[in-house]
Design a protein around this ligand. Structure first.
Ligand code: EPZ
Length: 417
């Protein structure tokens, strides 16, 4: 079933439980390659990217059992160090197996991720930093051929630019390096904190010494580990925006409001009423949505993964708004589709100007990337009439049972051929 049919306009009411974080699960799954002991992971989201990462680990020789609640991973017989293009091309986080494979085997041949709709997705920061740990690499026919003949050696590394993936790759690699590694100018997304918590549970020797600096002492022995992955803050943010957009009334359960405080503050500024509780958030959307100017930035700034969703909300604001996309070079692919629904958004470089007071019209639409596709659903929910969204395989990469969750809170949405 490749399309979604959405009838608007909807007012979303009820309770949503947040699934496990895709962007915490992916580096944690890659990091299991460091260990030859059993690892039990729970709360992994049932989304395509996780399936792809599991296939990638199996292609490397991991033994993996999935009893739906717990994924049991055993790498005691894992010996392969070749990560093939066909798996890495659809899920760019495949590059995250490079660090652990080099740490454990001193060599790896991993496909370059290749670009995607939102940008070219280079890995130069990953590679330059790994070479500081003693890795030699060559790029041959789209693959990174890397090796560290004398094993990885700890070093002091300052990232030239904040990169989530490079921070994750280097933290994982340094866990088995000889000696001490200091990484500075790290990304500090909650998903990276979750990865570090998992590694510490595996008995890695890691300590945050300041906001963006982490110290890692290489170890030899890791222990059998059970770990529950954190909830998905981007999924939570998406449903909060959906409530603000549809004058809805939602209870978002299973998320710590502290990790999405920037988003909550912004939604309050545009007029939503929000109550934060220990592990849940109550939101009441308001009739009047106020305009606001936003720029995306690394955590704790406003996340680029919520930019498309926020753009839909700002189309309904009382006046013009501006959004600056500072992270990816091409993350406005949703603009053309939103304009086909009656939005008036113009783009100049990395800046979008969003006219307010828009009445979305239902239309047939094309999803282009994960977060753009969910923004089309939001716009369809705010439109009168039937919208069809094509290429929803983008959506299935990162949102668990989205139409089931939306149906439960009053959306008229179904999957069709
Ligand atoms: C992670 O991607 C997330 N993916 C992205 O989520 C998220 O948008 C991004 O971080 C920013 O928060 C996962 O966690 C699996 P970066 P990543 O390295 O690691 C440039 C989603 O929708 N850069 O922080 O690839 C890069 O081109 C996805 O769930 C280099 O130039 O992001 C980008 O412009 C989309 N060289 C910027 O840095 C490098 O070696 C930030 O990228 C690496 C990155």
């Amino acid at each position: 079933m490749k399309k979604l049919e959405v009838f608007g306009a909807a007012k979303l009411k009820g309770q949503i439980r947040i699934s496990g974080s895709k962007n915490a699960s992916l580096p944690i799954l890659a990091a299991t390659l460091l260990s030859d002991k059993k690892i039990f992971l729970t709360n992994l989201p049932k989304v395509k990217d996780i399936e792809t990462m599991v296939l990638l680990l199996k292609s490397l020789g991991s033994t993996i059992e999935d009893n739906k609640k717990t994924l049991t991973i055993n790498n005691n017989k894992q010996t392969k160090t070749f990560a093939a293009y066909n798996l890495v091309k659809t899920m760019r986080a495949g590059i995250l197996v490079l660090g652990p494979l080099l740490a454990k085997f001193g060599k790896a041949k991993v496909s370059l991720p290749g670009g995607c709709a939102i940008g070219s997705r280079p890995v130069d920061i990953h590679l330059q930093a790994l070479s500081k740990l003693g890795v030699k690499y060559k790029i041959i026919q789209g693959y990174v051929h890397a090796n560290a003949p004398r094993g990885l050696v700890g070093a002091n590394i300052k990232f030239p630019k904040i990169s989530v993936g490079a921070t994750e790759n280097l933290i994982i690699a340094a866990c088995l390096a000889n000696g001490k590694t200091t990484l500075s100018n790290c990304a500090i997304e909650p998903e990276i904190k979750d990865l570090v918590n998992f590694l510490i549970k595996m008995k890695c020797n890691i300590k945050w010494t300041s906001k963006r600096t982490i110290k890692i002492n290489g170890v030899n022995n890791l222990s059998e580990t059970k770990y529950e992955v954190m909830p998905d803050r981007i999924e939570a943010g998406t449903y909060l925006i959906a409530a603000a957009l549809t004058e809805g009334n939602l209870k978002i359960v299973g998320i710590d409001p502290k990790i999405i405080s920037t988003e909550i503050d912004i939604l309050k500024k545009v007029g939503a009423k929000i109550i934060k509780k220990k592990n849940e958030i109550l939101i009441q959307g308001s009739k009047k949505i106020k305009n606001i100017n936003i720029k995306t930035s690394p955590y704790p700034g406003f996340p680029t993964d919520l930019q498309a969703q926020m753009m839909v909300l700002l189309c309904k604001a009382n006046k013009k708004s501006f959004i600056r996309e500072e992270i990816f070079e091409n993350r406005f692919m949703h603009v053309a589709e939103l304009n086909r629904m009656g939005a008036k958004i113009s783009v100049k470089g990395n800046k979008a100007t969003i006219e307010g007071n828009i009445k979305f019209e239902a239309a047939e639409l094309m999803a282009t990337d994960l977060r753009a596709s969910v923004s089309l659903i939001l716009a369809a929910l705010a439109s009168k009439g039937k919208s069809i969204i094509n290429r929803i395989y983008h959506l299935d990469r990162g949102y668990e049972s989205i139409e089931k969750k939306l149906k439960k809170i009053g959306a008229k949405i179904r999957r069709i051929n």
